[in-house]
Design a protein around this ligand. Structure first.
Ligand code: FAD
Length: 276
């Protein structure tokens, strides 16, 4: 059986103060002994330098760092240079994504989909990188159909992905259904649920609308009812997300990947409640 892996995601800070704050968060979360910390990457290379700096900072502190790499709007030459840079620094773990074209950027560049990026990484660097890809238990918002999205997920696996991290969701059945459907297509790589702690309802609603993650009606109603009462929102969020994690782990999920939003408190509390 594959061992369970736990990981934490950060976005790259853009100021020295932000970096100091992230270091403190990282050191706090490091006590939970995650397998790795991942760092997001703005499509079109918009956060390239900040992402690299954050990744190297994590690595220098002695932890495993997995940079995200999004390919939309990019060229083979650009991506090759980034891969070389990571290889030169001894980075062996990468999260390969398509990304979304930033507004104002007209050209999609030389990669259309993430499976092309996975293929490119494998052809350029062989087995150097452990490659993670994204999975969508509630399906990607641009997918033509659920079946199409699943087949497109399989393309990334066939191109050489080692494991997957999902978009966040609040409905465990969607995850288990997705894993079963993927297995029926012969996909057996670990599919690790992405977990979004709840700290702020309007931000969560905005993210969820953009990425197609469903906030179930009962949750939305309850969260809306708390209005500006942040303490109640957080308390409710901790209960709901801890229950979700428990169900996922009991049901055989191969780990958990936390979208920390560069904050340690909620993730740490969920961790404690899970008895990890
Ligand atoms: P793809 O797998 O390429 O899929 C995109 C859409 O195209 C889907 O609808 C799919 O069904 C369809 N499709 C895929 N392949 C084909 C094909 N060959 N032919 C036709 N249709 C196809 N974004 C960032 O910009 N930076 C990040 O750091 C980042 N990190 C993320 C981490 C995780 C764990 C997740 C789940 C998402 C992350 N995202 C990030 C968001 C992600 O980039 C977006 O969701 C994006 O819209 C899709 O990326 P993808 O890699 O899943 O794309």
């Amino acid at each position: 059986m594959t061992p369970t892996t736990f990981s934490f995601e950060f976005f790259p800070p853009k100021t020295p103060e932000g970096m100091d704050k992230l270091r403190a968060t990282r050191d706090q979360l490091a006590r939970l002994k995650p397998k790795f910390f991942s760092v997001t990457f703005g499509a079109g290379g918009s956060t390239r330098d900040f992402s690299l700096e954050t990744v190297l900072d994590i690595q220098r502190a002695g932890y495993e760092a997995a940079p995200h790499l999004s390919c939309i709007g990019s060229t083979h030459v650009n991506i090759r240079a980034i891969l070389q840079e990571y290889q030169n620094h001894g980075i062996r773990h990468i999260v390969a994504l398509r990304g979304d074209l930033p507004s104002g950027m007209a050209s999609t560049g030389e990669f259309r989909y993430a499976n092309e990026l996975v293929e490119f990484i494998r052809s350029e660097t062989g087995d150097w990188f452990n490659i993670e890809v994204a999975a969508y238990p509630e399906y990607h918002p641009q997918a033509r159909s659920a079946r199409d999205d699943l087949l497109n997920f399989k393309r990334k696996v066939d191109a050489g992905a080692n494991s997957a991290i999902t978009q966040y969701f609040f409905n465990a059945d969607a995850y288990f259904n997705f894993v079963d459907e993927a297995a029926a297509l012969g996909v057996n790589i670990p599919i690790v649920p992405g977990i979004m702690p709840i700290g702020n309802f309007s931000q969560l609603a905005r993210f969820s609308d953009a990425c197609g993650a469903e906030i179930p009606r009962w949750m939305r109603k309850q969260l809306e009812g708390y209005s500006d009462d942040i303490d109640s929102i957080r308390a409710f969020g901790l209960d709901v997300v801890t229950d979700l994690c428990e169900r996922l782990l009991k049901g055989g999920a191969p780990g958990l990947h936390f979208y920390t939003m560069n904050q340690a408190a909620a993730t740490t509390e969920i961790w404690k409640r899970l008895g990890l």
